[in-house]
Each structure stands twice: as C-alpha cells, then as structure tokens.
Design a protein around this ligand. Structure first.
Ligand code: WT7
Length: 630
C-alpha cells in the first residue's frame, strides 16, 4: 500500500506505525471481509464471552430490521468488566479521571467491577428491572460510566442526556423514554463555575412527570433542594448494606436493548437511537482495536463527553471491551490555562488522543507555545471526529501535537452507526481532510438524486450498502420513522444525511449535512428544536434557524424570528431570546445571531425554505424558487 502513488497531498505511514500495527494490510482485510462478511464479524465476536453461542451471525430476513448474533446470549458489561477482573488484568487501570480542580481518581478493573456491582445492587433495591429505562444526566465524573454500566449489568436501558443540555431538552427525553429513575449530580464544574444540574433536573422532572426517584451524586457540595420521598443521595445508598456483595449479571439476548440515545433529526422531536448488547459490543470492540491500534500498555483518551455516542462507544464500552485504560477529564480544555490538555497528556503519559476539530481549532488559536512547553512524546496516535476537519487544523494537529510522528485517524460515523464507518488505520496513507475509506466489511457509496453512483470528485448523497453489527436497530417506539428516515430514499440502502465526494484514489471526503441538522462545535442540533425553543418565548410567532460557517465552531446558529402581533421590538429582545434558548436547550444551542424579520420565505405548503435564508446570508444565488410562496 505504501508504495502506491496517490494524488494530492499525502502523509505516508511511518515504519514504526506499521511495525506495531495490528493491521498491516487493510486491502487484504477488506477483501476477506467482503468475501465472507459473517465470518469476518464472527471471528471478532469469538474473542468475546458469550453465555450461549449464536445460531446465526446476521439475519436480514426482516430488513431493514437487521439482527446480529441471533440466539446468542451475552452481556456487554460482562465483557467490559468481569472478563478482565477475573484474569491477571484485574489490577490494571480501567479508568483514570482528573477533575477540573485537579483531583485524581482511578479504578482498576477489579475496583470498577466492584463499584458497578454495588451500584447495580442499589438500582435493584429501588425496583429497577430488566427493560426499564433509566435517564442519566450528569457531569463528567466517574459515577457517570459507573451508572451506565450498572444499569446495563441488570438489563435495564440507559438514556444518557448530555449535561450541557437544559430543562426542555431533558424533560422531553425523560418523558419520551418514560423513565421512572433519574440519576444526576448536585452540580458540575465547568470553567471554574458550577452548572446547577440538580436545579435544572428538578424543573425538568416537574415538566416530564414520569420520574419517581432521583439519585444524586455529590460533586460540588453546594446546597441543593432534596425532595423528601423522591430524592436520594448516591453516597448514602452506596454506604448501605444492600450495596454490598457481588451482583449477578443479567444474561441478555444479543438483540436486547442496551441503551437509547437521543439525537437531533430533521423534523420535530429528537429521536431515540436504539443500540443492543451483542452487535454493538462486537462493533465497538473491533473498530477501536484496529483503528486506534490498542495495545496492552496504552492509555487512551477520548476527550468527548460520555453523554454523546462518542463517549458511549469510545470512552466507556470500546476501551473496556479491549481491556484498555480509558482516561476521562471533567472540565474545559482551556481551564485554568490553555495548556491544560497538554499538561495532562504529559502527566498521565497518554498514548492516544481522540478529539474533535472544533477543539483543535479552539486550542490552535492560543498558539504553539502552550503545547511546546510540554513533553508530548508519549503520544503515538491522534484522532478526529464530529465534523470535517479542515486541512489547516489537521496539519497543525499533526505537526504541533503529533510532532509529525502520529498518524491522525479521522473517523466518520454517527450516533446511528454506533461505530467508526469511514476511517483510516495506522498503516494507511492519509490525506488531510479525508477519512480515507470505509472500515473493512462496510460498503458505502455516493449517489446522485436519482440513485446513480456519481463520478469521481462529484458531490452526492452518502449511503451505506451493507449492514454492520453496531447499527441502530430502530428508533425507540417509532419503527415507521426508522424505515422512513433512513431506508426509504434509496431502497435497501441506509441514508446517512451527509453529502460527500470520492476522489480518484477512492478516498471519501465528507462535506456535511444535507438535511436540517446543524453541527455546532461538533454537536448535533436540529433546526426544529432551536425553532421550537424560540417560539416558546412569549413574543415570538415564528422562527427559522440555519447554520452558517464559523471559524472555530464549524457552524454557528443564525435565527430569524417574526414577532407576534402587538409585540414590540425592544432593545433587549434579541439578548432575551438568546438567553431563553440557552435556558431551554442549553448554552450550545444559543444562537450566534438573531434577526427580527417581517416575513419568512416559505413554500406554498407552508414549509420554511431555510436554504433561501442561507443563500441570502451568504450572498449566494438561492437557486430554484419555483415553490416559494409570494
Ligand atoms: C454527523 C453525525 C459519531 C461521533 C460524533 C458525531 C458528522 C462525524 C465526521 C468526520 C466529517 C463527520 C457527519 C455525521 N461527522 N464525524 N470524521 N468527518 N463529518 O455523531 O452527533 O450523530 O453526528 O457528524 O455529518 O452525519 P453525531
């Protein structure tokens, strides 16, 4: 592979990277996977523990409701913890954690299993049963992965809501999942300030109306309201005799639900992506092992939040399945100074750093002197995820952080895919800004509107043509929407919602979303959510939100609002509206810019034409306007 000449700017893998890589020839691996897809995944699945072997690797008889490892019995938590805690790995560090204020905590595999079992016993004593949904709304503290793993250990389904979301987003997700239990923290540290998580949770619990108990982890120690008969302290329950002893693991069917995770879609309410124990386990285990080339001695840092799929798959499940050491940091990258990340890499000897382009661009602004003060020689591999990485940021990351030695794994995937889909491996020549090619066994294509593959370098719709084990199984309680949203545009193919092009070497270049999803700092937000938050303000009749390019965030939200009849435009209205959205959805959804307008461009059927607003804002030609109402 290394001797093949590729077009454009190419970074060839170093001999070192190839020498120690698990995979040295990915073309061969791809050919094998294509020849026998089921055999390829079965080989990986066989490295994990099954209480009962599966009958069939892939059942596509009810497609697009694919099933994997049919008849197999397992529990992902057994493979994350018990499998290691019962071997010589029991003393190896599973989780390392640093708090924003500098505190340090760590858990060996043995200790983590013990904590998870203890908390699982607490959950059982509160009446949580197999199949129940548990909402988790916490800061980045070790109790967050502990809560996820304890929930899954007893067969319940976790629904983690990102701690940066606020009242409305949380209430909606609690209600939709019909959770009776909420696990939260008194507060979370962020940039030296305290985010009042419990206070937000109280308001959301009141709006949602399904929660019977709230479990509270003490993090800040600030005074909070504890409602008698509903709210309980985590540390008090963990100190009770009921928490002690082991906790029998629930034997799960491979296809039993593991978790749901809400993500923004094109219309209306956020949808709950459903992942299962068996296939998701095999997919995250395999992709992390080969892409980040996990070795026994590695310390792996995925700097995402556990509240997003990146954190689910690659802070919690993937690293633990691989018996690796996963590092987690509570706070902001630049707190108290812009060298915080580099300091921690040096201090803990991190070998692999996986983060988002927006974070890289944000840190780049502070200049090279900050990272250059630190010894970053432990780093071996770097990663990027969340949005396309611009070549300048890629090269800065490669040169300044990776010192030109560390290949960058630019991984394209989605909440829905559960695992990396387009990604290099350390043995692969890289082109800055391209995720290279699909993971072995994954077939993708780029299609024109009428479903024909486009020519090299032409833009089109990115689709997935083969099932993969970590794929979403459905949208919770909404199988029709699952079919309609992902599988109806091109029969038999999964529609990603992204546009992309493929160059003459077969490398994929993802361009961005083609639907009403905006990626702000890598976070996924639906225009519909932002608009409904704006319209919930008393002065607003209608709203439209679009994403416009932003130097650090990738995209920033711009909103256009129409006032209700009789409402006056006041000096503070725009700022009020920004605060209102921030309070309802969270600071990440706060619009950068709001303009008060007299009318919004709509189709004759009443749909807002956001592309017209976008074209206007960018000074471009709005294109076909035949459906525009007067
Ligand atoms: C969307 C999915 C999966 C982890 C985090 C995001 C964009 C993601 C890349 C990448 C270009 C990327 C796509 C995708 N995206 N990774 N490496 N290059 N774009 O998960 O919130 O479900 O968002 O993120 O637009 O569809 P998500």
């Amino acid at each position: 592979m290394a001797d093949k000449t590729l077009s454009g700017e190419v970074f060839y893998p170093t001999e070192d990277a190839i020498r120690q890589a698990h995979v040295k020839d990915w073309d061969k691996m791809r050919e094998e996977a294509e020849r026998d897809l089921e055999g390829f995944w079965a080989k990986e699945a066989n490295e994990l523990h099954w209480f009962q072997h599966w009958d069939k690797v892939l059942d596509d008889s009810k497609k697009p409701f694919f099933q994997w490892f049919v008849g197999g019995k397992t529990n992902i938590v057994y493979n994350c913890l018990d499998r290691h805690a019962e071997t010589a790995r029991r003393n190896k560090l599973a989780l390392l954690w640093e708090g924003e204020k500098g505190e340090f905590r760590s858990f060996s595999y043995f200790a983590l299993r013990r904590e998870v079992c203890r908390f699982a016993n607490v959950l059982k004593s509160l009446g949580v049963k197999k199949g129940d949904r548990v909402t988790i709304y916490m800061g980045r503290v070790p109790e967050l992965p502990i809560a996820m793993l304890a929930t899954a250990r007893i067969g319940a389904v976790h629904s983690v809501v990102y701690g940066g979301f606020t009242v409305e987003a949380l209430a909606e997700r609690i209600e939709d999942s019909q959770s009776k239990l909420l696990i939260t923290c008194d507060g979370a540290y962020q940039r030296g300030k305290i985010v009042p998580l419990k206070q937000i949770a109280d308001e959301a619990v009141q709006r949602a109306g399904t929660i019977e108990s709230v479990l509270v982890v003490k993090r800040t120690g600030e005074p909070i309201n504890m409602e008698q008969g509903r709210d309980l302290w985590y540390h008090e329950l963990m100190a009770l005799p009921i928490a002690n002893g082991g906790c029998q693991i629930e034997v799960m069917d491979a296809e039993d639900p593991l978790y749901m995770l809400y993500t923004s879609g094109t219309t209306g309410k956020p949808k709950a992506i459903l992942h299962t124990h068996g296939g998701y386990m095999v997919g995250t285990y395999t992709t992390l092992k080969y892409v980040f080339d996990i070795h026994e001695e590695d310390r792996f840092w995925c700097a995402a939040d556990p509240g997003w799929v990146t954190g689910h798959s690659y802070i919690v499940y993937g690293p633990l399945l691989n018996g690796a050491t996963s590092f987690m940091y509570e706070g902001a990258p630049t707190y108290p100074y812009p060298n915080r990340w580099w300091q921690m890499i040096e201090k803990y000897g991190i070998n692999i750093l996986y983060t988002a382009p927006t974070a890289i661009r944000g840190l780049m602004r502070f200049g090279e002197a900050w990272p250059n003060r630190h010894d970053l020689s432990s780093l071996r591999l770097l990663g990027s995820v969340g949005e396309p990485i611009n070549p300048e940021a890629w090269k800065w990351y490669h040169r300044v952080i990776g010192k030109g030695r560390c290949p960058i794994m630019d991984t394209w995937w989605q909440t829905e895919t559960g695992m990396f889909m387009i990604t290099p491996m350390p043995c692969v020549p890289l082109k800055p800004g391209s995720g290279t090619r699909p993971f072995p066994g994954v077939k993708m294509d780029i299609l024109s509107e009428d479903g024909k593959p486009v020519k090299p370098n032409e833009e089109g719709f990115l689709v997935i043509k083969t099932p993969w084990p970590a794929m979403l199984r459905t949208l919770y309680k909404d199988p029709e929407r699952y079919v309609q949203q992902y599988w109806s545009k091109y029969p038999g193919m999964y529609m990603t919602g992204d546009s992309a092009r493929r160059d003459e070497d077969g490398y994929y270049w993802v361009i961005g979303r083609v639907d009403d999803v905006i990626k702000v700092s890598g976070y996924r937000l639906g225009t519909a959510e932002i608009e409904s938050a704006l319209v919930s303000h008393h002065a607003i009749a209608e709203a439209a939100a679009i994403g416009l390019p932003h130097e650090v965030k990738g995209n920033a939200i711009h909103a256009y609002v129409m006032l209700k009849a009789g409402q006056q435009k006041t000096d503070t209205l725009v700022e009020d509206l920004r605060q209102h959205v921030s309070k309802e959805l969270g600071p990440i959804a706060k619009p950068e810019h709001i303009e008060i307008v007299d009318s919004l461009p709509k189709t004759r059927s009443g749909k807002i034409m956001r592309r017209v607003l976008k074209a206007r804002a960018l000074g471009q030609d709005p294109g076909n306007l035949t459906t525009l109402e007067e």
